[in-house]
Design a protein around this ligand. Structure first.
Ligand SMILES: Cc1cc2nc3c(=O)[nH]c(=O)nc-3n(C[C@H](O)[C@H](O)[C@H](O)COP(=O)(O)OP(=O)(O)OC[C@H]3O[C@@H](n4cnc5c(N)ncnc54)[C@H](O)[C@@H]3O)c2cc1C
Length: 442
């Protein structure tokens, strides 16, 4: 299981510290090197921070956005590119312990997909979006039973979905079936994020890349953000720095933990060979393991495969490349699910940091009188991070509070210790998955 089965051609896999979806932009904006003032300073230029800034600017607010590296440097351009209306978390457990939260999560996830689709249309972003939906796909009978129970809990909570077998859902023939969430689909998240960056740079927002916020001080009448060469005096500050949030002293304790997630991508495969596996729907796939495997077939017929192992890090976090052991594990997964494509080499690998919360739900609130946060869309932020950011922007500028932000609004800043965010727990989850696969001959 440690990748000793890798064929020789995988020695050519390209490891990158950024993403495999796009190249780094070359038109970085200059760092902040003065003291300036604004209404709202947004910290972090991922999908969340950029959507917050754009929405504020649309509402006539004078906004400054500070980004450590470049807008799109973080998880937003590195993810698996699957935008789903399936909510985060375990639906069966939530249905029992907090059915209202499950209903809120379902509504939020659905609205997030709609929001992202609207952004793509309104801004004319070319990002290879295909509205093919996503399937919570089962590779064992146990996973199939889980998918059925999840389907029941989710539809009781208001979700639109379809439970079906491999043929009905057009899945690869090593899958038994699963749960299709028709809203959403797949996209190139790097193109989506850099498309939003282009719109941001053309808006009235003052964007300073290469400008890490080193400290944020609430001074009662506003807040001051200090960067290596400058300072911003703002009436309000929004933290949208995702996995890096704990690095600023003003962030509430235990808000989130940074978790490293890996991706691999194969060489292009002939379309007919993909169809011959049974994957005719081209829907995004996420298995029903404890720690999912994700599969996304791109318009050039490469296959992007993700996750399977999660590794908790410690702040301050830094650039990394994928661990070759994890790359080998993801490659094993790909070859097990697509045995007829065993000869297809893995050409690229990369990873990214996400902010995981103990509730697995997004969080938004006030760190202090003038400092707000919208963070922690976990592994669902492709649609949810920009939507949450825009809802926070609305909350800062209007008296009306949108019902979609209420469930995530944390008025106490009380974040309990998590039971599952520990490396031994995640390793045990991975091991249980492999034992389950082996027992089922998968
Ligand atoms: C490998 C992987 C696969 C994933 N797959 C999916 C998927 O298929 N579907 C899905 O919905 N979600 C997925 N996700 C999750 C999703 O990508 C994230 O939830 C989402 O991108 C979070 O957006 P964000 O704007 O909050 O954070 P980010 O995109 O991480 O942006 C945060 C930004 O803040 C900047 N920053 C940090 N500290 C500072 C500072 N002090 N000063 C200034 N700037 C700072 C960073 O440089 C970064 O650009 C995946 C994530 C990963 C890593």
């Amino acid at each position: 299981m440690n990748g000793s089965s890798l064929p020789a051609e995988d020695a050519d896999t390209r490891y990158t510290t950024f993403t495999g979806w796009v190249d780094r932009p070359t038109d970085l904006t200059a760092p902040l090197d003065a003291t300036i003032s604004c209404d709202v300073a947004v910290i972090g230029g991922g999908l969340g921070g950029m959507a917050t800034a754009l929405r504020l600017a649309e509402r006539g607010v004078d906004v400054v956005l500070l980004e450590s590296d470049f807008c799109g440097y973080g998880a937003s351009s590195r993810n698996a590119g699957q935008i789903s209306a399936k909510p985060t978390g375990e639906p069966q457990i939530l249905a029992k312990v907090n059915p209202q939260l499950l209903r809120d999560l379902v509504r939020f996830a659905g609205s997030s997909v709609q929001f992202a689709e609207d952004l793509i249309k309104q801004l004319g972003i070319e990002c290879d979006y295909e509205a093919v939906g996503n399937v919570g796909a089962a590779v064992t009978k146990g996973q199939m039973r889980k998918a059925l129970r999840d389907a029941q809990a989710l539809s009781d909570a208001g979700a639109t979905l379809q439970f079906g077998d491999q043929h009905e859902l057009g899945l690869p023939d090593t899958f038994l079936g699963g749960l299709l969430t028709p809203a959403g689909g797949t996209m190139n998240p790097g193109m989506f994020t850099l498309g939003l960056r282009a719109a941001l740079l053309e808006s009235g927002v003052r964007v300073f890349e290469q400008s890490p916020a080193q400290s944020v001080d609430d001074i009662g009448s506003g807040a001051t953000v200090t960067t290596p060469l400058g300072r911003v005096r703002a009436k309000k500050v929004v933290l949208a720095n995702n996995a890096w949030a704990p690095e600023l002293a003003i962030t509430p304790q235990r808000l989130s933990r940074p978790v490293w997630v890996n991706m691999i991508e194969t060489a292009p495969v002939e379309r007919e060979r993909i169809e011959a596996t049974g994957w005719t729907s081209r829907s995004g796939l996420a298995t029903k393991h404890n720690v999912m495997e994700s599969y996304h077939v791109t318009p050039t017929n490469t296959i992007a495969v993700g996750v399977r192992r999660l590794q908790i890090g410690k702040n301050p976090i830094s650039d990394r490349i994928s661990d070759p052991v994890v790359v080998a594990d993801l490659t094993d997964a790909f070859r097990a699910r697509f045995p007829s494509l065993r000869d297809v080499p893995v050409t690229k690998t990369w990873g990214g940091w996400i902010a995981m919360t103990s509730s697995r739900a997004p969080v938004a609130g006030k760190a202090s009188k003038n400092v707000y946060y919208a963070i922690g869309c976990n592994g669902h932020g492709l649609g949810q991070a920009p939507y949450l950011g825009s809802l926070l922007a609305d909350r800062l500028t209007t008296d009306e509070i949108h019902p979609d932000i209420m469930p995530w609004w944390e008025s106490e800043n009380h974040f309990p210790r998590s039971l599952y965010l520990h490396n031994p727990v995640l390793r045990a989850a991975w091991l249980a998955d492999r034992i389950g696969d082996r027992r089922a001959g998968r």
